[in-house]
Design a protein around this ligand. Structure first.
Ligand code: ZN
Length: 237
């Protein structure tokens, strides 16, 4: 293997490493997980909203029921007075009876309101139950996706470790000066610092070199580094 072939092999391994790292970052399950988590956030927000409305209605119901209890109590006391025989004046008795009747009518109205509130609360409770089920399903989906991501990461990491070990083994055969030049060129050239010269074209930028340049490169001693006049990449020949 010529030093340029070895450096080309290093390049191939570095490219593979980049591709694997990219695949690791952009696993489809990651996007799915992000979507699922966005759905969880939406469901939770909806739950908070519904729960706030429900609590407001429950508070109103509590106030109403307290009011009803007070009136029932009052009506009961009036009943007792009515039947205790302590009031003998017919006009007072009539007034008390009227008041009891008024209280009963009011209680009946409030009980209707209470029923209406209950009818408003029930669908909200059903919504909350449905949302909780939805949320649990999303949690399960998210857990599954996290598991898949972890598995994929383990597989890719194993592949990365093997590619890198192989890369180090090959790089050990490359002249250190050439290797550091290669390392310095890579970030400037989109990760590809060395390309093969094929039929007078650079395999990096795919541009044709002039015939004069090709002839000059062919005459260079094999160890002498050659560069593409178009893109500046090292040329393996
Ligand atoms: Zn080029």
């Amino acid at each position: 293997m010529s030093r340029w072939d070895a450096l080309l092999a290093v390049q191939e391994h570095d490219t593979t490493t980049e591709q694997l790292a990219h695949r690791r970052r952009t696993l489809p399950a990651r996007a799915e997980l992000e979507q699922t988590m966005a759905q969880v956030v939406a469901v939770e927000a909806r739950m908070v909203e519904v729960e706030a409305v429900r609590q407001e209605l429950v508070r109103s119901q509590k106030r109403l029921e307290d009011e009803i209890a007070t009136m029932v109590d009052k009506a009961g006391q009036h009943d007792k007075s009515l039947y205790s025989g302590s009031i003998s004046n017919p006009r007072d008795l009539q007034a008390l009876q009227d008041e009891i009747a008024a209280l009963r009518r009011r209680i009946s109205q409030l009980e209707d309101q209470d029923l209406e509130l209950m009818e408003q609360i029930e669908p909200l409770e059903s919504s909350l139950t449905r949302l909780a089920v939805e949320r649990a399903a999303l949690d399960e989906t998210a857990a599954g996706l996290r598991g898949r991501i972890a598995e994929d990461e383990v597989a890719i990491d194993a592949e990365l470790a093997s590619v890198q070990a192989e890369r180090e083994r090959i790089a050990a055969d490359v002249d250190p000066g050439i290797l550091s030049e290669y390392e310095a060129l890579r970030p400037k050239l989109g990760g590809i610092a060395i390309a093969r010269l094929v039929g007078g074209s650079c395999g990096g930028c795919h541009l044709s070199l002039s015939a004069v340049e090709v002839a000059r490169l062919k005459k260079l001693p094999p160890e002498e580094p050659a560069y593409c006049e178009e893109c500046g990449r090292l040329l393996a020949r």
